[in-house]
Design a protein. Structure first.
Length: 528
């Protein structure tokens, strides 16, 4: 591979010199970089590499006279903790970390004493007994644990060593000296990219960034589209906070936004790569605002027409993305089209329509949905006609059909049920009967699950088991008269099996008029 002329010869720097540059604000973290995503174990593995003198790869830096590049003011993450970064140094060319942020942010936080933005910040220690590293929430002292943040500060290290006492003190002092020397003498190659051209710099970053933790599509698109006027991560965070947040949908996945943009650009939702999407965003920057509006309309539709209270409860992410595309094509579709979209949502949920869908078929579905909202007629382009998919034998919220069941049960209880779904999420369907009273195979069966507030399940269970001849009204939980009689008679296994059938019969009745809109027979079923 030919190396571009603006990539200068690498040079070697001591690790502590690189960290000094961060301290002085001479080495910055541009916002087109991804923030820290390494977990604690990955960070400890890096520290072990330094201890053992194993090279951890080169550091790529971008040198430029440009001072209009937006930079992070802190780094870290919620699990690791966040640390304040020094402001840019004045009066000198800027240097931005292009590749190596995971390594340098780990080492800077471990070896320096940065200002802490969050109280959850983690400290790293070297165990003088095991000669290995550990991480812990910040505390005053751990016996035999050498805080890494002092090993590059001779006075602090000497003070620590003087505090070691006992028979093993001399050995521990020697080990503290060895680990400190390992970090002081550690060197890394630095590769400078010297150019004032932002696009050239980001393309170089994309070309070189082939190893380590894979960059997500979101951060790659962010990198490829970044400019002084456009920061994709900021735009998405603003959407989540200002547009989706007031609707209680602030947890919308960033990938939804990217995929909705792909749909709006008529790219292949499942196959279009970061380069294709970034090119589309550069050519049509207004698609972000269109996507924000269409996703907002989609959220209102799902919430108000389908009873979906949060992103977590959307059965298929593709449903939200394609519905957003439908509202982009026709922002005000009217009652008739919204009825069709409502039926489409429930048919695809109760038929498991997106399971294993191919990219080609997904494109066909997207195009037919566009046609449906433009021409106001039902259109179905899945490879199979709708067939009702029975409930699985066990409740698992990863299963689309279980989310569909929870939504239907919540709708029967109105605002109270919707609230339970929002708060309890995957713990909203609770076991009605205890494990010691029924067969183990039926404990997690849908027939043994009810949608209630977690505080209500024990009183309800007690009322049923202690006085079965006076059962409470359970219509909202879809309990038929036959099931009530079995429960009152103490035939608990039979009750669960009967109620599962009750739930499926109730769903079939519900889906019937939706199926008619697409000229399907709702009674047809599949065990697939």
């Amino acid at each position: 591979m030919l190396v571009p002329k603006f990539i200068s010869d690498p040079y070697i720097q001591y690790l502590h010199q690189i960290l000094d540059e961060i301290d002085r604000g001479a080495l910055l973290v541009p916002r087109f970089q991804r923030p820290l995503i390494w977990d604690i174990e990955q960070q400890i593995e890096l520290l072990r590499s330094v201890r053992d003198g194993i090279p951890f790869g080169s550091i790529l830096v971008w040198r430029t006279n440009r001072d209009d590049i937006s930079c992070y003011e802190d780094f870290g993450n919620e699990a690791f903790g966040k640390f304040k970064l020094p402001p840019p140094a004045a009066g000198s060319p800027r240097q931005y970390i292009m590749d190596g942020i995971q390594r340098l942010s780990t080492l800077y936080a471990a070896l320096r004493e940065p200002s802490r933005v969050s109280d959850a910040a983690v400290d790293f220690y070297f165990d003088l007994e095991t000669e290995d590293f550990t991480a812990a929430a910040r505390i005053d002292r751990l016996e035999n644990m050498l805080p890494l943040r002092i090993i590059l500060r001779s006075t602090s290290l000497l003070k620590f060593q003087r505090g070691l006492t006992g028979r093993q003190a001399e050995r521990r002092i020697e080990r503290a000296d060895r680990i400190a020397e390992a970090f002081r003498q550690y060197k890394a190659p630095v590769i400078p990219v010297v150019t004032d051209d932002l696009e050239m710099a980001t393309q170089t970053f994309q070309l070189i960034n082939r190893q380590g933790t894979r960059m997500s599509d979101l951060h790659m698109v962010h990198t490829l589209t970044f400019s002084a006027d456009f920061d994709l991560l900021d735009r998405i965070e603003n959407l989540k906070g200002e547009v989706f947040g007031p609707l209680d949908w602030g947890e919308v996945d960033e990938e939804w936004v990217l995929n909705a943009c792909k749909a709006g650009l008529e790219l292949d939702i499942s196959k279009a790569n970061a380069k294709q999407l970034s090119d589309g965003l550069k050519k049509h920057p207004g698609i972000i605002d269109q996507t924000a509006d269409s996703l907002k309309r989609c959220i209102l539709f799902l919430r108000d027409r389908c009873g979906v209270p949060s992103p977590y409860m959307v059965p298929y992410a593709y449903q939200a993305i394609l519905l957003a595309e439908a509202f982009r094509v026709n922002p005000e579709p009217g009652e008739e089209v919204e009825d069709l979209l409502t039926s489409w949502f429930w048919l695809t949920t109760m038929g498991g329509s997106f399971a294993g869908i191919s990219g080609h078929r997904l494109s066909l579905v997207a195009e037919d949905l566009r046609t449906m909202v433009r021409e106001r007629r039902a259109d179905w382009s899945f490879s199979q006609r709708f067939t009702y998919k029975p409930l699985p034998a066990k409740v698992d919220f990863k299963a689309v059909r279980i989310k569909g069941l929870a939504l239907r049960l919540a709708a029967r209880q109105g605002e109270k049920g919707i609230r339970a779904l929002m708060v309890q999420k995957n713990r909203s369907l609770l076991q009605l009967l205890p494990a010691n009273r029924i067969s183990s195979r039926l404990y997690s069966n849908p027939g043994n699950r009810v949608l209630v507030n977690s505080k209500e399940i024990l009183p309800l269970r007690e009322k049923i088991l202690s006085n079965p001849s006076h059962l409470p009204n359970m219509t909202c939980h879809v309990v038929s008269e036959k099931a009530r009689h079995l429960l009152a008679a103490g035939e608990l296994d039979a009750f669960i099996e009967t109620r599962k059938k009750d739930l499926e019969d109730d769903e079939r009745r519900f889906i019937a008029h939706h199926a008619e809109r697409f000229d399907f027979q709702a009674g047809a079923s599949s065990d697939g």
